[in-house]
Design a binder for this molecule. Structure first.
Ligand code: PZK
Length: 287
Protein backbone atom coordinates (compact mmCIF):
# COMPACT_ATOMS: atom_id res chain seq x y z
CA UNK A 1 0.00 0.00 0.00
CA UNK A 2 1.47 3.41 -0.94
CA UNK A 3 2.00 5.72 1.99
CA UNK A 4 -0.07 8.91 1.99
CA UNK A 5 2.14 11.97 1.92
CA UNK A 6 1.06 15.59 2.18
CA UNK A 7 2.94 18.29 0.37
CA UNK A 8 3.76 20.96 2.96
CA UNK A 9 6.20 23.30 1.23
CA UNK A 10 8.26 24.21 -1.80
CA UNK A 11 11.69 25.74 -1.99
CA UNK A 12 13.14 26.98 -5.25
CA UNK A 13 14.67 23.59 -5.99
CA UNK A 14 13.27 21.33 -3.24
CA UNK A 15 9.97 19.98 -2.00
CA UNK A 16 8.89 19.14 1.52
CA UNK A 17 6.28 16.47 2.43
CA UNK A 18 4.84 15.31 5.75
CA UNK A 19 5.18 11.56 6.34
CA UNK A 20 3.40 11.64 9.71
CA UNK A 21 3.19 13.94 12.76
CA UNK A 22 6.88 13.54 13.55
CA UNK A 23 8.59 13.04 10.20
CA UNK A 24 9.14 15.03 7.00
CA UNK A 25 10.47 14.03 3.60
CA UNK A 26 12.83 16.53 1.98
CA UNK A 27 13.16 15.90 -1.77
CA UNK A 28 15.95 17.58 -3.74
CA UNK A 29 15.11 18.12 -7.41
CA UNK A 30 17.54 18.52 -10.31
CA UNK A 31 16.45 22.11 -10.81
CA UNK A 32 19.16 24.77 -10.79
CA UNK A 33 18.92 28.48 -10.13
CA UNK A 34 21.34 31.17 -11.17
CA UNK A 35 21.13 34.89 -10.44
CA UNK A 36 18.04 33.90 -8.37
CA UNK A 37 16.14 32.54 -11.38
CA UNK A 38 15.24 28.86 -11.80
CA UNK A 39 16.32 27.70 -15.25
CA UNK A 40 14.10 25.58 -17.53
CA UNK A 41 16.86 22.98 -17.98
CA UNK A 42 17.64 20.48 -15.21
CA UNK A 43 21.07 19.12 -14.23
CA UNK A 44 20.76 15.32 -14.00
CA UNK A 45 21.74 13.97 -10.55
CA UNK A 46 22.10 17.42 -8.95
CA UNK A 47 19.46 16.52 -6.35
CA UNK A 48 21.26 13.25 -5.60
CA UNK A 49 24.63 14.98 -5.14
CA UNK A 50 23.16 17.55 -2.74
CA UNK A 51 21.28 14.91 -0.76
CA UNK A 52 24.43 12.77 -0.59
CA UNK A 53 26.59 15.64 0.66
CA UNK A 54 24.09 16.67 3.35
CA UNK A 55 23.88 13.08 4.54
CA UNK A 56 27.67 12.76 4.57
CA UNK A 57 28.08 15.90 6.74
CA UNK A 58 25.19 15.01 9.05
CA UNK A 59 26.84 11.66 9.76
CA UNK A 60 30.24 13.27 10.43
CA UNK A 61 29.08 16.17 12.60
CA UNK A 62 26.57 14.40 14.83
CA UNK A 63 28.95 14.56 17.80
CA UNK A 64 29.09 18.36 17.41
CA UNK A 65 25.31 18.76 17.24
CA UNK A 66 22.38 16.36 16.68
CA UNK A 67 20.68 16.67 13.28
CA UNK A 68 17.30 15.87 11.74
CA UNK A 69 18.47 13.02 9.46
CA UNK A 70 16.55 9.78 9.98
CA UNK A 71 17.18 7.96 6.69
CA UNK A 72 18.13 8.40 3.05
CA UNK A 73 15.70 6.83 0.59
CA UNK A 74 16.85 4.51 -2.17
CA UNK A 75 16.11 7.12 -4.86
CA UNK A 76 19.13 9.02 -3.46
CA UNK A 77 17.33 12.37 -3.50
CA UNK A 78 14.93 12.04 -0.55
CA UNK A 79 15.80 12.53 3.11
CA UNK A 80 13.49 11.37 5.88
CA UNK A 81 13.90 13.77 8.76
CA UNK A 82 12.61 14.62 12.22
CA UNK A 83 10.08 17.38 12.27
CA UNK A 84 11.43 20.33 14.26
CA UNK A 85 10.30 23.76 15.41
CA UNK A 86 12.57 25.78 13.14
CA UNK A 87 14.31 28.87 14.51
CA UNK A 88 13.34 32.06 12.64
CA UNK A 89 16.91 32.97 11.61
CA UNK A 90 19.32 31.82 8.91
CA UNK A 91 22.62 30.92 10.57
CA UNK A 92 25.39 32.03 8.22
CA UNK A 93 29.09 31.58 8.91
CA UNK A 94 31.64 33.42 6.79
CA UNK A 95 35.34 32.65 6.64
CA UNK A 96 35.85 34.78 3.50
CA UNK A 97 34.38 38.07 2.32
CA UNK A 98 31.91 37.32 -0.49
CA UNK A 99 28.34 38.03 -1.56
CA UNK A 100 26.26 40.21 0.77
CA UNK A 101 29.07 40.15 3.35
CA UNK A 102 31.40 41.87 0.90
CA UNK A 103 28.67 44.37 -0.09
CA UNK A 104 27.93 45.27 3.54
CA UNK A 105 31.66 45.61 4.33
CA UNK A 106 32.23 48.01 1.42
CA UNK A 107 29.31 50.18 2.54
CA UNK A 108 29.83 50.17 6.32
CA UNK A 109 33.11 48.44 7.28
CA UNK A 110 30.96 45.93 9.19
CA UNK A 111 29.06 42.69 8.58
CA UNK A 112 26.16 42.02 10.96
CA UNK A 113 27.76 44.27 13.58
CA UNK A 114 31.22 42.66 13.27
CA UNK A 115 33.67 45.53 12.73
CA UNK A 116 36.33 44.24 10.33
CA UNK A 117 39.86 45.45 9.60
CA UNK A 118 40.21 48.20 7.00
CA UNK A 119 41.50 47.47 3.51
CA UNK A 120 40.09 43.98 2.99
CA UNK A 121 39.52 43.00 -0.64
CA UNK A 122 36.72 40.92 -2.19
CA UNK A 123 36.97 37.20 -1.37
CA UNK A 124 39.70 37.76 1.22
CA UNK A 125 39.92 35.36 4.13
CA UNK A 126 38.75 36.94 7.40
CA UNK A 127 41.04 37.01 10.45
CA UNK A 128 38.55 34.61 12.06
CA UNK A 129 35.25 33.15 10.81
CA UNK A 130 32.23 35.21 11.86
CA UNK A 131 28.60 34.32 12.59
CA UNK A 132 26.37 36.55 10.44
CA UNK A 133 22.68 35.73 10.95
CA UNK A 134 19.92 36.80 8.59
CA UNK A 135 16.16 36.97 8.68
CA UNK A 136 14.22 34.40 6.65
CA UNK A 137 12.52 36.19 3.79
CA UNK A 138 9.43 34.47 2.31
CA UNK A 139 10.11 36.28 -0.94
CA UNK A 140 13.16 38.26 -2.01
CA UNK A 141 16.47 38.28 -0.17
CA UNK A 142 17.29 37.40 3.41
CA UNK A 143 18.33 40.46 5.39
CA UNK A 144 21.56 40.42 7.39
CA UNK A 145 21.01 41.30 11.05
CA UNK A 146 23.24 41.99 14.04
CA UNK A 147 23.44 40.14 17.35
CA UNK A 148 20.82 42.36 19.04
CA UNK A 149 18.26 41.84 16.24
CA UNK A 150 18.86 38.08 16.24
CA UNK A 151 18.47 37.95 20.03
CA UNK A 152 15.06 39.61 19.61
CA UNK A 153 14.07 36.63 17.46
CA UNK A 154 15.55 33.66 19.38
CA UNK A 155 16.64 34.95 22.80
CA UNK A 156 20.17 35.49 24.09
CA UNK A 157 20.88 32.01 25.42
CA UNK A 158 19.78 30.34 22.19
CA UNK A 159 21.71 32.89 20.15
CA UNK A 160 24.95 32.15 21.99
CA UNK A 161 24.36 28.42 21.56
CA UNK A 162 23.67 28.54 17.78
CA UNK A 163 26.60 30.88 17.22
CA UNK A 164 29.02 28.55 18.99
CA UNK A 165 27.64 25.45 17.25
CA UNK A 166 27.59 27.06 13.80
CA UNK A 167 31.21 28.23 14.19
CA UNK A 168 32.27 24.74 15.34
CA UNK A 169 30.52 23.14 12.33
CA UNK A 170 32.18 25.61 9.95
CA UNK A 171 35.60 24.93 11.48
CA UNK A 172 35.16 21.16 11.09
CA UNK A 173 33.84 21.17 7.52
CA UNK A 174 36.14 23.93 6.22
CA UNK A 175 39.21 22.07 7.55
CA UNK A 176 37.95 18.83 6.01
CA UNK A 177 37.34 20.51 2.64
CA UNK A 178 40.65 22.42 2.70
CA UNK A 179 42.52 19.13 3.05
CA UNK A 180 40.80 18.08 -0.20
CA UNK A 181 41.60 21.24 -2.16
CA UNK A 182 38.27 23.02 -1.65
CA UNK A 183 37.68 26.29 0.19
CA UNK A 184 34.40 26.62 2.09
CA UNK A 185 34.02 30.41 1.81
CA UNK A 186 30.73 30.60 3.71
CA UNK A 187 27.69 28.53 4.57
CA UNK A 188 24.07 28.89 5.61
CA UNK A 189 22.70 26.57 8.29
CA UNK A 190 19.19 26.17 9.66
CA UNK A 191 18.51 24.90 13.14
CA UNK A 192 15.37 23.76 14.90
CA UNK A 193 14.31 22.53 18.31
CA UNK A 194 13.19 19.02 19.17
CA UNK A 195 10.23 18.27 21.46
CA UNK A 196 12.50 18.72 24.51
CA UNK A 197 13.88 22.07 23.37
CA UNK A 198 17.21 20.64 22.27
CA UNK A 199 19.05 22.31 19.38
CA UNK A 200 19.06 20.22 16.17
CA UNK A 201 20.66 20.93 12.79
CA UNK A 202 18.07 20.74 10.00
CA UNK A 203 17.55 21.51 6.33
CA UNK A 204 20.44 20.78 3.94
CA UNK A 205 23.98 21.24 5.22
CA UNK A 206 27.25 22.09 3.48
CA UNK A 207 25.92 21.58 -0.05
CA UNK A 208 26.86 23.77 -3.01
CA UNK A 209 23.36 25.33 -2.83
CA UNK A 210 23.79 26.39 0.81
CA UNK A 211 27.50 27.20 0.72
CA UNK A 212 30.16 28.82 -1.44
CA UNK A 213 32.72 26.20 -2.45
CA UNK A 214 35.79 27.46 -4.30
CA UNK A 215 38.53 25.36 -5.88
CA UNK A 216 41.59 26.18 -3.73
CA UNK A 217 43.92 26.08 -6.77
CA UNK A 218 42.14 29.03 -8.41
CA UNK A 219 41.77 31.16 -5.28
CA UNK A 220 43.16 34.67 -5.33
CA UNK A 221 41.96 37.47 -3.05
CA UNK A 222 40.68 40.54 -4.91
CA UNK A 223 38.95 38.51 -7.60
CA UNK A 224 35.54 36.85 -7.69
CA UNK A 225 36.46 33.17 -7.49
CA UNK A 226 34.70 30.84 -9.91
CA UNK A 227 31.87 28.93 -8.26
CA UNK A 228 32.83 25.26 -7.97
CA UNK A 229 29.50 24.06 -9.36
CA UNK A 230 27.73 26.83 -11.29
CA UNK A 231 30.51 28.60 -13.16
CA UNK A 232 29.70 27.09 -16.59
CA UNK A 233 26.07 28.09 -16.14
CA UNK A 234 26.96 31.63 -15.09
CA UNK A 235 29.48 32.08 -17.91
CA UNK A 236 26.97 30.79 -20.48
CA UNK A 237 24.21 33.08 -19.15
CA UNK A 238 26.58 36.06 -19.20
CA UNK A 239 27.59 35.25 -22.80
CA UNK A 240 23.92 35.56 -23.86
CA UNK A 241 23.50 39.03 -22.42
CA UNK A 242 20.39 37.71 -20.62
CA UNK A 243 18.87 40.38 -18.31
CA UNK A 244 18.66 37.95 -15.34
CA UNK A 245 14.89 38.10 -15.01
CA UNK A 246 12.56 35.11 -15.47
CA UNK A 247 12.30 33.15 -17.63
CA UNK A 248 15.90 32.02 -17.71
CA UNK A 249 17.53 30.55 -20.82
CA UNK A 250 17.66 26.86 -21.71
CA UNK A 251 21.13 25.41 -21.29
CA UNK A 252 23.02 23.69 -24.12
CA UNK A 253 24.00 20.03 -23.68
CA UNK A 254 27.69 20.85 -23.12
CA UNK A 255 26.86 23.21 -20.24
CA UNK A 256 24.57 20.58 -18.68
CA UNK A 257 27.19 17.84 -18.98
CA UNK A 258 30.00 20.04 -17.68
CA UNK A 259 27.92 21.23 -14.73
CA UNK A 260 26.81 17.72 -13.81
CA UNK A 261 30.47 16.65 -13.87
CA UNK A 262 31.38 19.49 -11.50
CA UNK A 263 28.71 18.46 -8.97
CA UNK A 264 29.85 14.85 -9.11
CA UNK A 265 33.51 15.91 -8.81
CA UNK A 266 32.74 18.05 -5.76
CA UNK A 267 30.98 15.09 -4.12
CA UNK A 268 33.81 12.66 -4.89
CA UNK A 269 36.60 15.03 -3.82
CA UNK A 270 34.92 15.93 -0.55
CA UNK A 271 33.76 12.47 0.43
CA UNK A 272 36.26 10.12 -1.24
CA UNK A 273 33.22 8.02 -2.26
CA UNK A 274 32.53 7.11 -5.91
CA UNK A 275 29.23 8.68 -6.96
CA UNK A 276 28.17 5.38 -8.56
CA UNK A 277 28.53 3.70 -5.17
CA UNK A 278 26.17 6.31 -3.68
CA UNK A 279 23.57 5.79 -6.43
CA UNK A 280 23.75 2.01 -5.91
CA UNK A 281 23.31 2.36 -2.15
CA UNK A 282 22.74 5.85 -0.68
CA UNK A 283 23.47 4.73 2.90
CA UNK A 284 27.19 4.48 2.00
CA UNK A 285 27.52 8.16 2.92
CA UNK A 286 26.22 7.62 6.44
CA UNK A 287 27.78 4.21 7.11
C1 PZK B 1 11.47 22.96 7.35
N1 PZK B 1 11.97 24.17 5.59
C2 PZK B 1 12.65 24.74 4.44
C3 PZK B 1 10.92 24.82 2.64
C4 PZK B 1 11.92 22.64 1.38
C5 PZK B 1 12.52 23.11 2.56
N2 PZK B 1 13.22 19.17 10.01
C6 PZK B 1 12.31 20.15 9.76
N3 PZK B 1 11.28 20.32 10.58
C7 PZK B 1 10.38 21.27 10.35
N4 PZK B 1 10.45 22.09 9.33
C8 PZK B 1 11.46 22.01 8.44
C9 PZK B 1 12.44 21.03 8.64
C10 PZK B 1 13.56 20.86 7.75
N5 PZK B 1 14.43 20.76 7.04
C11 PZK B 1 12.41 23.22 6.39
N6 PZK B 1 10.79 24.56 5.96
C12 PZK B 1 10.45 23.83 7.07
C13 PZK B 1 12.02 24.20 3.18
C14 PZK B 1 10.35 24.33 1.48
C15 PZK B 1 10.87 23.24 0.83
F1 PZK B 1 12.39 21.57 0.76
Amino acid sequence: MPEAVTHVGSGKVRELYALDDDRLLLVASDRISTFDVILPTEIPDKGRVLTALSGFWFARTRDLVPNHLLALRDDGRSTECRRLEMLPIECVVRGYLAGSGWKDYVQTGEVCGHRLPEGLVESQQLPLPIFTPATKAETGHDQNIDRAAAIELVGEERFDEVEAVALALYAFVSDYARDRGIILADTKLEFGLDERGGLVLGDEAFTPDSSRFWPADDYSPGATPPSYDKQFVRDYCESLGWNKTAPGPELPEAVVTGTRARYVEAFERLTGIAFGDYVASPSVVIA
